[in-house]
Write a protein that binds this ligand. Structure first.
Ligand SMILES: Cc1cc2nc3c(=O)[nH]c(=O)nc-3n(C[C@H](O)[C@H](O)[C@H](O)COP(=O)(O)OP(=O)(O)OC[C@H]3O[C@@H](n4cnc5c(N)ncnc54)[C@H](O)[C@@H]3O)c2cc1C
Length: 468
C-alpha cells in the first residue's frame, strides 16, 4: 500500500445526482466523506438534464387518481430494454422510485411542477418534473444538504486510479488535484485512503468519441452529443482496469428529439421531446409520410430516422405546441422551430411533397377521430390529438448520442461485480457509470430516478462496508 496522503471513511467520485445521493446517505450514518469531482463545476449531466423523474405511485399520480404500479413500470423498462435489463436491478428501481421522490421533497426540499408527463414507451403518465425543469434543482438541494452535513465537494480533482490490495479489495484512490479538463498533464498526483469504501459515480461516456467508437464504430465524431463536456470514460476505465465486469457497453442511446440544426442538447430537443413526440407526428421530408409510432421508445424512433438517411421533420399544431410553450418561444426566436398557417407552406419550406403531407395529416386525423388502427402501432385509442389548429410548427430532427446504457456491473446492493459476478470488495457504484439497468434502451425520465435510488443504496452500503 502507498504512503497515503490523506484518509477518510468513504470516497465518492463524481458530483452528479448519484454521487451526491451516496455522499448524503453515507455522511448521515456518521461516516466521514470526501467527494472528488474532475470538472470546475459540479453536477455533470444531471445539471443540464430536464429534471424529469419517472415514479409509479408518486404523490401526484395519487392526487390525480392515475392508476399505475411498480410492476407496470418494470414491464415498460424491460420491454424497452429488450429483456437485456438485469431484472433484479429494475425491480429495485421500480419499487423504490416513489419513496425516493418523497425523500427529495422531505429531506431535500425539492419541488415539482403540478404536471405528469407520459413519455414514449411508458404505459402511464408517471414522470414528474422539478420546478425549474432541470436536474440542477436537485443538485443544488443536495449540495445544500451536504454543506449542512459538513461535506466538501473537491472540484478539479480527477480520479486516475482505484488502488487495490493484494486481495483485489479497493483501499483508496489516486487522483490529480488542480486538474483542468480535458488537459492531460504529468502534474503530481495524490493518494486518498478510503477506510471503508469507494463509491464510483462518474456518469456516462457520451462525449468520449474514442471510447464510444470502440463500442460502436458508427458513433464517430460526425454524430453530436447532448452531454456535458466531461462525460468521458476515465472513471469507468479505472474500474475496468481493476477487474470490474463491463456490461452492455455498446448499447449507446441516441435521442430522437435532438435538433439537426443546433449543437448539443440545445433548445429544440426539449420542444421536440415535450411537444412534438407526445402530440405531433414525425415525417420523412422526402415522402411527406410518417415513419414511426411517435410514442415508441427512443431506440425505435432514432432507428427510424437514421433509416431515412436524412433529418426528419417533427410537426405539431398550435394546441400541441402549448404543451410546452416555454420552449416554443426561444425556438421560434432562434429559428430552430418555424410556424406556418398552412401545411402546404410548411411542406414547401422543408422541400416536402405538399399533397402527400396534407394527405398524411388528414389520414392521421381521420383515424384518430373516427377510430382505426395505425400502420406503426400507435395506440390511437389512447387519445393522441388530431393536428388541426394552425399555426403548424416544424423542427428538423436528427439523433445525437444521449445516454450510455452500459457500464460496470452492480448487484442490488450497488456492489460492483467482477468478471465472475462476485463483488469487488469495498467498491460500490451508482448512476450512469453502471450497466444492466436499462438494457438496450432507457426510457425517458428513468435515469435520474435510478441515480437517486442506487446512489442512496450505494451510500448506505458503503457506510457499513466492513473495515478489512
Ligand atoms: C441534456 C440531458 C437531459 C437529460 N434529461 C433527463 C431527464 O429529464 N430525466 C432523466 O431521467 N434523465 C435525463 N438525462 C440523463 C441523466 O441526466 C443522466 O443519466 C444522469 O444525470 C447521470 O447522473 P450521474 O450522477 O450518473 O452522472 P453525472 O450527473 O454525469 O455526474 C458524474 C460526475 O462525475 C464526474 N467525473 C467523471 N469522471 C470523473 C473522474 N475520473 N474523476 C472525478 N470526477 C469524474 C463528471 O465530471 C460529473 O460531474 C438527461 C441527460 C442529458 C445530457
Amino acid at each position: 500500500m502507498p504512503n497515503w496522503d490523506e484518509q477518510t471513511d468513504i470516497v465518492v467520485i463524481g458530483s452528479g445526482l448519484a454521487g451526491l445521493a451516496a455522499a448524503i446517505e453515507a455522511r448521515e450514518t456518521g461516516a466521514s466523506v470526501v467527494v472528488l469531482e474532475k470538472m470546475a463545476l459540479t453536477g455533470g449531466n444531471t445539471r443540464i438534464s430536464d429534471g424529469g423523474l419517472a415514479a409509479p405511485g408518486n404523490f401526484l399520480q395519487k392526487r390525480m387518481g392515475i392508476a399505475d404500479s411498480p410492476e407496470l413500470f418494470r414491464e415498460d423498462m424491460m420491454k424497452a430494454g429488450m429483456g437485456l435489463n438485469h431484472p433484479e436491478l429494475v425491480t429495485v428501481v421500480a419499487e423504490k422510485a416513489a419513496a425516493v421522490i418523497d425523500w427529495t421533497r422531505e429531506a431535500l426540499g425539492v419541488q415539482y411542477l403540478q404536471r405528469l408527463d407520459r413519455f414514449g414507451g411508458h404505459s402511464a403518465a408517471r414522470s414528474l418534473t422539478t420546478r425549474s425543469h432541470s436536474g440542477v434543482d436537485i443538485i443544488k438541494a443536495q449540495e445544500k444538504k451536504l454543506r449542512g452535513l459538513g461535506v466538501k465537494i473537491r472540484t478539479r480533482c480527477l480520479l486516475t486510479a482505484l488502488i487495490t490490495d493484494n486481495r483485489g479489495a479497493v483501499r483508496g484512490v489516486e487522483f490529480q488535484p488542480g486538474y483542468r479538463f480535458p488537459k492531460k498533464t504529468d502534474a503530481p498526483k495524490k493518494t486518498l485512503r478510503a477506510v471503508r469504501a469507494v463509491v464510483l459515480a462518474t456518469g456516462g461516456f457520451g462525449r468520449d468519441v474514442e471510447f464510444r467508437r470502440l463500442q460502436n464504430p458508427s458513433l464517430n465524431e460526425s454524430i453530436g452529443s447532448t452531454n456535458h463536456r466531461g462525460a468521458t470514460s476515465e472513471g469507468l476505465a479505472a474500474a475496468l482496469r481493476i477487474g470490474a465486469a463491463p456490461i452492455h457497453l455498446s448499447w449507446i442511446q441516441t435521442g430522437p428529439w435532438a435538433c439537426a440544426d443546433e449543437a448539443g442538447y440545445g433548445k429544440g430537443s426539449r420542444f421536440a421531446s415535450y411537444s412534438v413526440y407526445p402530440t405531433g407526428i414525425l415525417v420523412d421530408p422526402a415522402t411527406g409520410r410518417r415513419i414511426v409510432n411517435e410514442w415508441a421508445d427512443r431506440r425505435i424512433r432514432s432507428e427510424a430516422i437514421i433509416r431515412t438517411e436524412r433529418a426528419c421533420v417533427g410537426i405539431v399544431d398550435a394546441e400541441g405546441a402549448r404543451q410546452d410553450s416555454r420552449s416554443l418561444e426561444p425556438c421560434l426566436k432562434n429559428g430552430k422551430v418555424k410556424g406556418f398557417e398552412k401545411l402546404a407552406e410548411l411542406a414547401d419550406a422543408y422541400g416536402m411533397p405538399a399533397g402527400e403531407l396534407i394527405r398524411t395529416v388528414e389520414e392521421y386525423n381521420r383515424r384518430i377521430t373516427q377510430g382505426g388502427t395505425d400502420e406503426f402501432g400507435k395506440p390511437l385509442h389512447q387519445d393522441p390529438r388530431p393536428l388541426s389548429e394552425p399555426p403548424f410548427y416544424a423542427i428538423r430532427l436528427w439523433p445525437k448520442v444521449h445516454y450510455t446504457s452500459g457500464g460496470v456491473g452492480i448487484n442490488s446492493r450497488a456492489q460492483v461485480l467482477n468478471l465472475t459476478g462476485r463483488p469487488v470488495p469495498n467498491l460500490f457504484a451508482a448512476g450512469e457509470v453502471c450497466g444492466g439497468i436499462h438494457g438496450a434502451s432507457r426510457l425517458g425520465s428513468c435515469a435520474l430516478i435510478e441515480c437517486l435510488v442506487f446512489g442512496r443504496i450505494a451510500g448506505q452500503e458503503a457506510a457499513v462496508s466492513p473495515h478489512t
